[in-house]
Design a protein around this ligand. Sequence first.
Ligand code: ADE
Length: 242
Amino acid sequence: MRIDVLTLFPEIFHSYLGQSVLKKAIERGLVEIHLHNIRDWSHDKKHHKVDDRPFGGGPGMVLMAPPVVECVEAVQAMADQPGHLVMLTPQGRKLNQAIVEELAQYPRLLLLCGRYEGFDERIRLILKPDEISIGDYVLNGGEVAAMVVIDAVIRLVPGVLGDEESSRQDSFSGPERLLDHAQYTRPRCYRGYEVPAVLLSGNHRAIERWRLMDRRRRTEERRRDLLDSTTPRSGESTQDEK
Ligand code: ADE
């Protein structure tokens, strides 16, 4: 999978790219990440300005359409396929595991990060990006959100996690989209808390049953909304369709 990040602050990504899972995925040729500085497409050759005050007044600065649109178009042309364009913005559809799975299907993603008070509306009208928010709060820019998207998506690229099972068993994965079950490692007893006996039994079917029960119980206790959710999940049929 190829991911192109379009940002005013490519350096924010540098230490993240050295993080172990991602670094190995890049070294093994499973993931390619390319960083592009939107400022390189500024029409202002002297100060490389890419933002300006909003028409109609108001606080802050707005990202101008020409450098952003031209940067996206130039980056799209850098590979044989334009890729799926994602704009990181608090106004987008809220990211969840189903959307992560959807994004992981694309062989190429372009992640467009904003700063300042937002994007000139013509960027949306011209580029028609898939707008994604990572939650109902406002960040200083899309960079952290883009890292969240990259981190969640690359886990699903075949071969990136050593053990293929481990992403399938994550919270929100699997047919029921439940939270993950409790995990234990040595020691068997710590400050009076024992590891549940079933996990030491060697009975794999009993362990699987216990884990599924624990996932359901935890989801019920912590995230009832996940059980109540009637939103169809990607790749699954709704009750009505069955
Ligand atoms: N940019 C600023 N806030 C954001 C958010 N919540 N999600 C995605 N991009 C953002």
